[in-house]
Write a protein that binds this ligand. Structure first.
Ligand code: NFE
Ligand code: MG
Length: 572
């Protein structure tokens, strides 16, 4: 038996270590460890609940707004505050922009280089690259001259001997399958996406004052609407939002979607690897009018078990025995013992580090080995994220999801079963981006129609004063963050936060084994059919782990000052 250690996994947010035990050339056991901790749940205690969003939002700088959103929703749920329809639409637009921005950046800047060999792009023929690009898309940047310029830019990078952003790739690895022209096309879009994302991020600045970390307010959105004012959301800013949505849509339609399908076509074997736990959870999101009737949300809530799409189980975020976090293999203690699960309203964050001093030689995988807790739904591990959402939309018969999924499967010649895989996760992220970017136009039009009809309300001040609050209240704020279902549970006593627990997407997916020894989604995915073509270049591990788009800053919500080496691949 040999052991492969990747620590840290790069091109993610935060600090993740993967240890894989190899038997007969295959990963037999995988262990996922979050190696830093921050304790934001602890520092929220005792604060004014109306301020919680500003602290909670600092959980992450990647999914920059989602913790602010979950936080204000938690307080609104606790204090029973309804928000105006315009506020809901603006929140949807802000979350939508986060998805489109985040997913495109993940695809090109964090994940593509697992599939795209940058150095091979130097051998591409620009005319053939142009023909390839024009055969799959109407994107205007597709002339031979354009690709010749990109190739030259890349060559200049590489000739300096410092390929900077492309440093330390496993270039030339036999698992790279794209022809040089497809590699060059993808590298060109890597550069384009860098400039494009700057424009999309402006939507947050328009509605929330800045990006990252836009402003929020409990009861609505922070900026008033006044078409004729210089400082409010005015006609000019609304026109800018319309342009941003058009720019986002065009990139998704003409670049991201066709590139995903083109690249996936060379990697169909990855539809048979990385299946994971086979259970999927969504909290649901994107109401069009207050939180209202969940049946009207774009992404429905529910649980799919054992890949059975014929039954969607209801999920209750408030009920004991449904969502619980375990710490059996995490560096935390629970009062009365480590083996039980706790519902987040009763959740505890008591650090108890029993591991070796970093940099780690080897984790104690029989004992505790991660700063991530292990959330479970009715005791079962579940996967959250784009694949869970797309499956939920597909299983509930949402027309666009059905059409997009069926079309993608037929283009790639894959069965539905192929969705439960590393490749399925990547494709699902792209397909949901298309659904969300199209929905942004609908939400924008609804907002404009409301304003034209004379409704400019964006804030409900009814419960602003703590004197109007009950002495005790508890609430849950949830949403679908780009990486999956996100929940913040709050307990308010005498106007202050008595307990605050965040269970985030990467906690669900990256968590270690639970008290029953059940693996989380990352671990299970690696334990499914992973061989290594080159043992000291664990590209296959990167592919499957990156397909989840890990965010460890979110998952463990202080960095260890001796954080260790920048990149270490250890084979022993
Ligand atoms: Ni830090 Fe996040 C998202 C949240 S986490 S990126 O999306 O919540 O997994
Ligand atoms: Mg937590």
């Amino acid at each position: 038996m040999s052991r492969i250690v990747v620590d840290p996994i790069t091109r993610i947010e935060g600090h993740l270590r993967i240890e894989a035990q190899m038997e007969g050339g295959r990963i037999s056991q995988a262990f996922s460890s979050g190696t830093s901790v921050r304790g934001l749940e602890i520092i929220l205690k005792g604060r004014d609940p109306r301020d919680a969003w500003a602290f909670a939002q600092r959980i992450c700088g990647v999914c920059t707004l989602v913790h602010g959103m979950a936080s204000i929703r938690a307080v609104e749920d606790a204090l029973k505050i309804d928000i105006p329809a315009n506020a809901q639409l603006i929140r949807n637009l802000m979350i939508g922009a986060q998805y489109v921005h985040d997913h495109v950046m993940h695809f090109y800047h964090l994940h593509a280089l697992d599939w795209v060999d940058v150095v091979s792009a130097l051998n591409a023929d620009p005319a053939a690259t142009s023909a390839l690009a024009q055969s799959i898309s109407k994107h205007p940047n597709s002339s031979p001259g354009y690709f010749s310029d990109v190739r030259q830019k890349l060559k200049n990078f590489i000739e300096t001997g410092q390929i900077g952003i492309f440093n330390q790739g496993y270039w030339g690895h036999p698992e790279y399958k794209l022809p040089p022209e497809a590699n060059l096309m993808a590298v060109a879009h890597y550069f384009e996406a860098l400039a494009w994302q700057r424009e999309v991020a402006k939507l947050h600045a328009i509605f929330g004052g800045k990006n990252p970390h836009p402003n929020f307010v409990v009861g609505g959105v922070p900026s008033p609407i006044d078409l004729n004012s210089d400082s409010a959301i005015n006609a000019e800013k609304l026109a800018q939002v319309k342009d941003i949505i058009a720019l986002a849509t065009s990139f998704v339609d003409n670049v991201y979607l066709p590139d995903t399908l083109a690249i996936a076509g060379f990697y169909k074997d990855w539809a048979m690897r990385g299946e994971g736990v086979g259970n999927f959870l969504t909290y649901g999101d994107f109401p069009s009018d207050g939180l209202g009737d969940p049946a009207k949300w774009l992404v429905p809530a529910g649980v799919i078990l054992n890949r059975d799409l014929s039954v969607i189980h209801p999920v209750d975020l408030s009920a004991d025995g449904e969502i619980e976090e375990y710490v059996a293999h995490s560096w935390y203690d629970y009062e009365g013992g480590k083996d039980k699960g706790l519902h987040p309203w009763k959740g505890e964050t008591a650090l108890n580090y029993t591991g070796p001093q970093p940099p780690f030689k080897e984790l104690d995988v029989e004992g505790s080995y991660s700063w991530i807790k292990s959330p479970r739904w009715k005791g079962k591990p579940v996967e959250v994220g784009p694949l869970a959402r797309v499956l939920m939309m597909y299983a509930s018969g949402q027309d666009q999801a059905r059409e997009l999924v069926d079309q993608a499967l037929s283009t790639l010649g894959l069965p539905v079963r192929g969705l439960y895989s590393t490749l399925g996760r990547v494709a699902a992220r792209t397909l949901e981006t298309k659904i969300i970017v199209d929905a942004m136009k609908v939400w924008y039009d609804a907002l404009i129609a409301n304003i034209k009809a004379g409704d400019t309300t964006t804030f409900n001040a009814a419960k602003w004063e703590p004197s109007s609050w009950p002495s005790e209240a508890k609430g849950v704020g949830f949403m679908e963050a780009p990486r999956g279902g996100l929940g913040h549970w709050i307990v308010i006593k005498d106007g202050k936060i008595a307990n605050y627990q965040a269970v985030v997407p990467s906690t669900w997916n990256a968590g270690p084994r639970d008290a029953e020894g059940q693996s989380g989604a990352y671990e299970a995915a690696l334990q499914d059919n992973h061989t290594m073509a080159v043992e000291d270049q664990p590209l296959e591990i990167l592919r499957t782990i990156h397909s989840f788009d890990p965010c460890l800053a979110c998952a463990v919500h202080v960095m260890d000052p001796e954080g260790g080496e920048r990149l270490r691949v250890q084979v022993c």
